[in-house]
Design a protein around this ligand. Structure first.
Ligand SMILES: NC(=O)c1ccc[n+]([C@@H]2O[C@H](COP(=O)([O-])OP(=O)(O)OC[C@H]3O[C@@H](n4cnc5c(N)ncnc54)[C@H](O)[C@@H]3O)[C@@H](O)[C@H]2O)c1
Ligand SMILES: O=c1ccn([C@@H]2O[C@H](COP(=O)(O)OP(=O)(O)O[C@H]3O[C@H](CO)[C@@H](O)[C@H](O)[C@H]3O)[C@@H](O)[C@H]2O)c(=O)[nH]1
Length: 338
């Protein structure tokens, strides 16, 4: 199948492009490089068979560009990763999130419907649930986002549902918990700028690139007082997208699925696991809570297993951190040191 991947120069998108090509698909990446890396595309181009991957710089909101791409390439499926995704930034600058994630997203969806694309897979998030009232958080949990980021992702899920009933593509929304780790080959990894995610920050502290890791809150109602999250390996997320696409082709009904391991680790447990993996001591600094952080987010992810046949391969936290550590050691300045 010829697949359009928006945001394919970013963290999760680039890993998914690799898995799509391994599964025999051809891919066109559409990315405006606002947050992604041309070097990630270059790594993919170097490591995939000739003719399987094309890169088009551009924006999801560019109707003429996207429409032309869909027609010229005979695109049958769109995997939509392109978005802004920082919770804190979304609280300060909601307009960025509504414009990019909703306005440009809807433009893409209109173009996709006009172009008769059959299948659409959307990067959603655990942030659609807001503060959990029940853990683990299953897909039936109420969706009450606690920040503009989650609200824009939920708004787009709603659009998918209603467009789908009105001649739009058959869709799946995959609600990721905390993406982490790096491709086991060591040439693709996480490089957000600025970096806000716990595991890369902890590993940068282990490398001496940061003086310490700040622990955002030690007074949460959890065993050690720090927040608990469900870390899921980026390659496991990538494989889930391939399985979701194949399920849609086989006729699976549109649905939203959680993607997580179903086990939670506290911030302090992550720091200790990183010390064990790296063999280095990681200085910590206790600071106050970060606004908008739920105490515990752990996925009820049985449905993705049952409906997609998805089984995470890198479920162990130390394995996840180990893949990330190999990436950060080899690429201390991210894609600048490819
Ligand atoms: N990282 C996580 O833990 C996590 C968790 C849940 C959901 N998600 C979602 O997964 C997706 C990918 O996340 P990521 O961590 O890989 O982010 P990322 O920032 O690394 O990748 C996003 C990519 O999209 C591109 N982009 C953004 N807006 C665009 C637009 N309008 N047109 C074209 N390209 C555009 C950026 O340049 C970047 O390459 C996002 O939709 C995010 O909301 C991420
Ligand atoms: O310097 C830091 C950074 C983070 N944390 C904590 O570590 C945990 C994980 O934080 P982070 O890595 O920033 O991820 P989340 O805020 O949990 O959000 C991620 O996971 C969500 C789904 O669970 C997605 O929606 C988001 O896009 C994605 O960034 C949280 O408890 C943070 O408070 C710290 O204590 N210190």
């Amino acid at each position: 199948m010829h697949v359009l991947v928006t945001g394919g120069a970013g963290y999760i998108g680039s890993h998914t492009v690799r898995e799509l090509i391994k599964a025999g698909h051809r891919v066109v990446i559409l990315d405006n490089l606002s947050r992604g890396h041309r070097e990630a595309v270059a790594v993919l181009q170097k490591t995939t068979p000739a003719g399987t991957l094309d890169f088009v710089p551009g924006d999801t909101g560019d109707h003429a560009l996207v429409s032309g791409l869909l027609q010229e390439r005979g695109i049958e499926a769109v995997l939509h990763f392109a978005a802004h995704s920082q919770v804190g930034e979304s609280v300060e600058r909601p307009e960025l999130y509504y414009r990019n994630n909703v306005v440009h997203g809807l433009s893409l969806l209109d173009t996709v419907r006009e172009g008769g694309v059959k299948y659409f897979i959307f990067s959603s998030t655990a942030a659609v649930y807001g503060e959990p009232v029940e853990v683990p958080v299953s897909e039936e949990h109420p969706v009450v986002p606690a920040n503009p980021y989650g609200a824009t992702k939920l708004a787009f899920e709603g659009a998918l549902r209603w467009y789908g009933r009105a001649g739009g593509p058959r869709w799946m929304a995959l609600r990721y918990f905390n993406a982490a780790g790096a491709d086991p080959d060591g040439d693709l990894g996480e490089d957000h700028r600025p970096e806000t995610h716990l595991i890369p920050l902890v590993l940068q502290a282990a490398l001496g690139l940061r003086p310490a890791i700040s622990i955002f809150g030690t007074d949460y109602p959890t065993p050690d007082g720090t927040c608990i999250r469900d870390y899921i390996h980026v390659t496991d997320l990538a494989v889930a997208h391939v399985l979701a696409l194949h399920a849609l082709v086989r006729g699976a009904a549109p649905a939203a699925y959680n993607l997580g391991n179903g086990s939670g680790y506290s911030v302090l447990e992550v720091v200790r696991a990183a010390e064990a993996v790296t063999g280095r001591s990681i200085p910590v600094r206790h600071t106050g809570r970060r606004a908008g952080d739920p105490a515990v987010l752990v996925a009820g992810a049985r449905q993705a297993g049952q409906m997609l046949g998805w089984r995470p391969r890198f479920a162990d936290l130390r394995t996840i951190i180990d893949t990330a550590w190999r990436w950060h050691q080899k690429h201390p300045a991210g894609f600048e040191t490819v």
